[in-house]
Ligand binder design. Structure first.
Ligand code: OSB
Ligand code: MG
Length: 372
């Protein structure tokens, strides 16, 4: 395929309500939507999901933009790309920067599917056309409000609840939810806020029949997670630690976790995510699809990827209305009878809303081939 043009929409979407985690408060989500146009006018969309601050992982929106401009775009536009896996190959010489790579790589996958006039999901081992999903809930200090919020989400059809925890906000809200909803598929996400000094508290969480505890310790520590997993019944799930297949192999070798929260952008794109999901299946690690407040572009990608047979645990793929007042796509993802349906059109199956882009985004032309 030939690349004629690469454009970027720098988007800022207001959230329906502020979202608090152990590392900070989010009021609006910034992201870039990359649009890659081929020689016949097909357009592939990729979302750059990196955060503005380096408080989730080290990569940021600014650092990703810089590496896209200085290294990834020149590589992408100077090589022949026949299939999406070629992008992974071409980007290999750039170390790390997984979210920057993913933004471009996923746009090429979308473009590739559109050139074949096929939904993206047909390029994966997809068996479902709608899926049960979970919701991730930020820190809500008032437990009455928290309980009402969970009740509301369950009524909407979410089949799994993840609560963000942090030191001082952990056992009590989780125990309250467990008492109020004895059969709820409930889990906790610490976003690396604890240390081995908190071991007594963490062990206490074993009483609550949680589906898993996500990322209790720092983002690079496989050893502490392994020690904790040996002391706990509850499965440990790794999120921030996992940036590539090698990280999963390390976690497996050390016994650092029983589950992986797989996010396509956090592992450098679809090719890497496919390899990781295959490895997890082989090794009996429970792999499920996470989220990072994606706009409709990243949300469609997550839905299509999570429709594969190996994803049995409900992902962090909520309805559009759970996060955003308005989105930048024309379609919206709704929960009906407890499930969200996959879009059916070619590629990601969603279209950009010109009017909402005007309202919420700034435009930048990143590359143009004057000969095409
Ligand atoms: O740790 O899984 C996380 C959002 C942004 C960054 C990290 C995380 C999250 C969430 C929300 O938990 C997931 C979602 O619903 O998009
Ligand atoms: Mg997490």
């Amino acid at each position: 395929m030939k690349i004629k043009k690469i454009e970027s929409y720098q988007v800022r979407l207001p959230l329906v309500s502020p979202f608090q985690t152990s590392y900070g408060m989010l009021n609006e989500k910034a992201c870039d939507i990359l649009v890659i146009t081929d020689e016949v006018g097909n357009q592939g969309f990729g979302e750059l999901v990196a955060f503005e601050q380096a408080n989730y992982i080290d990569e940021t929106l600014m650092s990703s933009r810089a590496i896209i401009q200085s290294e990834l775009l020149p590589l992408l536009t100077s090589h022949d790309i026949g299939k999406p896996a070629d992008v992974t190959q071409v980007f290999q010489e750039v170390k790390g920067n997984v979210m920057a790579k993913s933004a471009l790589e996923t746009a090429i996958w979308d473009l590739f599917a559109k050139r074949q006039n096929q939904p993206l999901a047909t390029l994966f081992d997809v068996t479902k056309n709608s899926l049960a999903v979970g919701v991730s809930i930020g820190i809500i200090k008032n437990l009455t409000v928290l309980k009402e919020q969970v009740t509301d989400y369950l009524n909407q059809g979410y089949s799994r609840v993840k609560l963000k925890i942090a030191p001082g906000y952990d056992f009590e809200p989780l125990a309250m939810l467990r008492a109020a909803f004895p059969d709820l598929l409930l889990m906790a996400d610490a976003n690396s806020a604890y240390t081995m000094a908190d071991i007594t508290l963490l062990k206490k969480l074993d009483k609550l029949n949680l589906a898993m505890i996500e990322q209790p310790f720092t983002t690079t520590d496989f050893v502490a997670h392994s020690e904790l997993q040996k002391m706990m019944q509850t499965p440990i799930c790794l999120d921030e630690n996992i940036r590539c297949l090698d990280d999963v192999k390390t976690a497996y070798a050390l016994g650092s976790c029983q589950s992986i929260n797989l996010k396509i952008p956090r592992v450098g794109g679809i090719q890497s995510a496919l390899e990781i999901s295959r490895f997890c299946q082989e090794k009996d690690i429970l792999v499920w699809l996470g989220g990072m407040f994606e706009s409709g572009i990243g949300r469609s990608l997550n839905l299509q990827f999570a429709a594969q047979a190996c994803f049995t645990f409900p992902g962090d793929i909520s309805a559009s209305s759970r996060y955003f007042v308005e989105d930048i796509i024309n379609e919206s993802f709704r929960i009906e009878n407890g499930c969200i349906s996959l879009p059916q059109g070619p590629g990601l199956g969603v279209s950009l809303s010109a009017s909402n882009l005007k309202k919420y985004a700034a435009y930048q032309l990143l590359y143009k081939d004057e000969l095409l």
